[in-house]
Design a protein around this ligand. Sequence first.
Ligand code: PMP
Length: 772
Amino acid sequence: MTDDFELPEFSTREAQAIARTSFDVEGTASPLPSYIDRNFRIDGRDGQRWVLKIANAQTDPSEIEFECVAMDALATAGLTIQTPVVRRVQGQALRPAVTTAGAEHTARIVTYLEGTLLADAGRPTDALLADLGASLARVDRALADVSHPAQHRVLQWDLARAAWIADDLAHIGDPERRAWVEQALLQYRARIAPEIQRLPRGIIHNDANDYNVLVRGDRVAGLFDFGDMVETCRVFECVIAATYAAFHRPDDPIEAIAQLVSGYHSVTPLEELELELFADSVRTRLAVSVVSSAKTAAADPDHDYASVSEAGAWRLLQILSECGPTVVRDRLRAACEMSERPRAGRSTDALVRDRARHLGPSLSVSYATPLKIVRGRMQYLFDADDRAYLDCVNNVCHVGHCHPSVVRALVDQAGQLNTNTRYLGDALVEYAERLVATLPEHLEVCFMVCSGSEANELALRMARTTTQRHDVVVLDHAYHGNTSALVELSPYKFDGRGGRGRPEHVHVVPAPDPYRAAADIDGAAFAEQTVGATLHQAAADARRPAALFAESLLGCGGQVVPPPGYLARAFELVREAGGLAVADEVQVGFGRVGTHMWAFEAQGARPDIVTMGKPIGNGHPMAAVVTTRAIADSFANGMEYFNTFGGNPVSCRVGLAVLDALQSDALQQRAQTVGAQLQAGLRELATRHPLIGDVRGMGMFVGIELVQDRVTKAPAAEQASAVVQHCRTHGVLLSTDGPLHNVLKLKPPLPFDEVDAVLLLGALDRALGSIG
Ligand code: PMP
């Protein structure tokens, strides 16, 4: 949204002539300041003062009409404050006004309000602020009787549309200020934007700033400038007024806000949700304001646009960034005499303590000061104070945390039936059909299980039963699951702390890591040199493997994309040696790579068995193995495969809803476009931050490898942790991975969009800047 207005060109003489001829007002004109219109004060001969407003040519006349209708309604509403009264001559409020150059504008005249501006009245008392709140509530009540098509106008100052500032963040050059604005935008997108439809609506003045409010002592005397009126969330009326009033109480801005809110509430009770979102709404208004002036200043660098309120805006933005939404909410609730909100559940400290008491110490927790997360929505998580975080790591809640249609599918089926695969039911068959349809034709038989580990465990049994062999080839640093058999297949575990080293039946081949390889590697040749050589040696040792297990992209190995041709050749080699190729898609499947539904497809590889988990149920514990008819048949050797929970109707309905959401929300395409944008942004960061050794990934599976030196590639693990910590304090959740613990991994829920990418890049830029 832009507002490049040209002010209409009229001299004071011309203004006087318009007043006289069009409005029957004889008087002297003097110019008044205005943002978008040409305004004059007309001092009438009879002592009456007026404002002549000549609208700029871009203003839609219907919006001016809307203003007039609203001012009429207020003039007759019996308000205790003054509002401008529209002068009508022969019933007409609007008259054409033509410049000497021939441009036609719309002119009108309203009464001039006398009094002291709130901006000039010094420190506002509690009583004045409460009266301002109450006065605005009465204005809004009167505006409820107005109905005009222009109330639905699209306005950059409508906080319900504040998301536009994402396109103009670059105008804020100072990193600290930029961080405050970006954090405000993040909270707006996570907390306010999704609630816009639930907030009570109404026509509001929408700009009760300190230059539009007149005061007399402890009372509000008048309100003018109805040029930003719009139908929107009614709480924004109070939010905007509170924002500006707070500038005049720099020592206790939150108290000032609370006084104003209590005044509004005493006339029109505010709802809990409105108070819940109040502090972040103020931050939003501040962000809109500072971005708007930065943008205007950039368009006209010769003009000094630094407004008086700008310093106050930055200060308040900082205060609100630091205090969190509940501090303000609690203060507002108290001011409105609402009961205190009981704290739900245990404190973070109590949870750390009590968790240690009854849960195994081998459970880990993220961050030195752990986060208590109480709810999730799409790409956001919310802590106990309802502060929102952008989740950049959870690839399980694939279509978005608590995606509404997935939740509905789960609840509906759970309320109807949950049982096992020994009864016939539609959901299981439907799900198998839908899942198989996403895969290459030869993969046609499904087994439903409950976790990625169970899927790999079953794949392992299948491979062993089918080939009648025991050994397995795995890639270095791989993780395939938490069972005894799978820890043995996971160098990430058996080579790590507490690991027992490589078992004899496991053959580890080097990870196909283009960044850490000694020289440029050709995928197929690398497969020959590593997998081929290992298979050869295994045959010589009479230890022919049952399978090669490979993640299509390496997760725990450090978000590695194998070189083109690697996976395809590796799978062929194992097949040529009589083993099976197992693609572990537990991390990367279901469209995350953007170009394809499955990452092995993006690698041009043909697996015999595919295992899937994590994203398959969007957080519901389900997983699957899909294989060929021949392998499935040879596994059916008489021993039943039964899995109590695998394939239950609730899981299958959830799985179907995930597939539907992927399609309806076009998430695979989004992974591709946003992933490309993100990687491009990261490459740009790499030009400025030498810590970044490598940026890699596919779609929304991205790794940033940090190094102390780009030549030696010495890992920068501590710096990677510091980046993670810094980003957390700025509302962005990431984590590290890789054998050297120096890879920042990004694999967010797929609703993560272009603006999230901008916010993530901003946070990373500052984090890297702060430790670089
Ligand atoms: N395979 C891969 C590639 C994984 O990343 C994981 C989990 N991190 C698993 C298998 C095991 O899945 P689960 O934790 O669901 O048992």
